[in-house]
Design a binder for this molecule. Sequence first.
Ligand SMILES: Cc1cc2nc3c(=O)[nH]c(=O)nc-3n(C[C@H](O)[C@H](O)[C@H](O)COP(=O)(O)OP(=O)(O)OC[C@H]3O[C@@H](n4cnc5c(N)ncnc54)[C@H](O)[C@@H]3O)c2cc1C
Length: 287
Amino acid sequence: MYYKLPKIDYYRPKTLDEAIRLLREIDNSRVIAGGTDLLVDMKTSRVRVRALVDISSIPDLRGIEDLGRTIRIGAATRLQELIESNVVSQNLPLLKAAVESMGSWQIRNMATIGGNLCNASPAADTAPPLLAYDAEFVVIGSEGLRVIPSTKFFVGYRKTALNPCEILKEILVKKSEWSGWSYVKLGRRGGFTLSVVAVAVLAKVIDGVVYDVRIALNSVAPVPIRAYKAEEVVRGKRVSWSLIEEAANTVAGEVTPIDDVRSTSWYRREMSYQLAKDALAKALGVA
Ligand SMILES: Cc1cc2nc3c(=O)[nH]c(=O)nc-3n(C[C@H](O)[C@H](O)[C@H](O)COP(=O)(O)OP(=O)(O)OC[C@H]3O[C@@H](n4cnc5c(N)ncnc54)[C@H](O)[C@@H]3O)c2cc1C
């Protein structure tokens, strides 16, 4: 059921200091970036706020930079900017593939990477690649900056490790050479949809042996997850179909899916196995 938006105050700060001050001083205020999640939640009364602090005009929160050993992505960077960025194409192809699967061109032109992460939906598509890349999230509040590893950022269903009045400032990803990657997403239709299950894999295969591998999934637990046990099955082993089968089985054992409007728990577990098999085969170079 949709309602009209209630009357709210709207602020558009130009600096991070101003944004943090507004969040601290105004009770029940909330950050808005692209608004593609938040406005839906406000219209359905899932979220009620008194004031919105729009962070989209703060230069410190924008942009994608190659810093040499690290890639920096400002939290208010639009999803379409990620797709169009050469830095992302060349260094973070797994993230690019995940973002290409998200929403429509119109949604991606408004939606931000920080909004996707801070909304903390179990189905967030930018989460599995960033978990796989072992990204770090830089957050800022009145106490200053702190860095949260991506694996510690999602603390519960739609809950993050952000303190009240903290803002996600940027995402940092260390550069690394990966020989293969894959993002396999299953939705209820071919596109323009949230995932029923998605699997992200990064792999480093040298002379047929898996030197390193990262496996992450969304929509199979209260938060996006890394499949650490399955990674251990694969790491250090020679690539083979039986290894992929064993790892995919391990993934299916690690997930804790629920029934909801998009799928049943049973189907999600089955699809975790199938999609993990597909994603591993592609990333390990045997597809
Ligand atoms: C039609 C449609 C299709 C969609 N398809 C997909 C899809 O395929 N995959 C997918 O994952 N998502 C999808 N979404 C969800 C949504 O578009 C994304 O999650 C988007 O990235 C959210 O970004 P935003 O900037 O619009 O966030 P907002 O709506 O502005 O904010 C979302 C939440 O994050 C908080 N927030 C935002 N930025 C920050 C920050 N820097 N620091 C602290 N808190 C912050 C806000 O307070 C709010 O609670 C879809 C949405 C729609 C409407």
